[in-house]
Design a protein around this ligand. Sequence first.
Ligand SMILES: [Zn+2]
Length: 243
Amino acid sequence: MQVAPGVHHFTGYKFNWYIVEEGDRLTVIDAGFPSHFRLFERGLESLGRAISDVEAIIITHAHADHTGFAARLSAASGAPIHVHEGDVPLVRRPLYLPWTGLLSRAWRPYTASMLSHAIGNGLLRLTTIPAPRPMRDADELDAPGRPRILHVPGHTPGDVAVHLPARGVLFSGDAMVTRNLYTGRDGGPQLTSRTLNGDFEQARRSLDRLADLGPVVLLPGHGRPWVGDTRDAVAANLPAARR
Ligand SMILES: [Zn+2]
């Protein structure tokens, strides 16, 4: 589904990834689970593109539901995998996930279905990412779409959002999602639940980094696209005293 000019949204079950086109060159944002690679290939075909058109892969953070087929795609395309320097050590630990939160809510049908989908789609076969290319805050990558990197730590130490200023697009990863990952309920832009964050208060403070981007199509790691001003998205998630 095209969600902004040259920006396409794909979902493997409940897990999103995106393709950005610039001419016939592509940037891929996030990479589902390993078995989603086939879906990814089908998505590419639907755009009339080939694996060799992929020039860059950006991982918003080192959780397994975002790194899944990145290594395979990188090997097949030759594209580098960009990861924030704060998460570089974590992509060497493929089973790195907020297990305490996930397991404490595994009784919830939505969370249970995510976990079983994860296991059925390669969670336990996940490989490490070879030679991740470290990113820093405010980097502007020489990659299709000219992605600008915004460091928004909290969900993980090296969590990033990816801004395409010229297209008014913000890939928010899991710094802001539009679906509650415990209940499956869709809503407006929201932080993930407290127990899914390495540091929830830091995640909340990081929202300041996103507040002044203006009107965007916000494309989250989980849930549907949202259109609006980032100031409103952020304000809805601040403690009442700061709104
Ligand atoms: Zn996620």
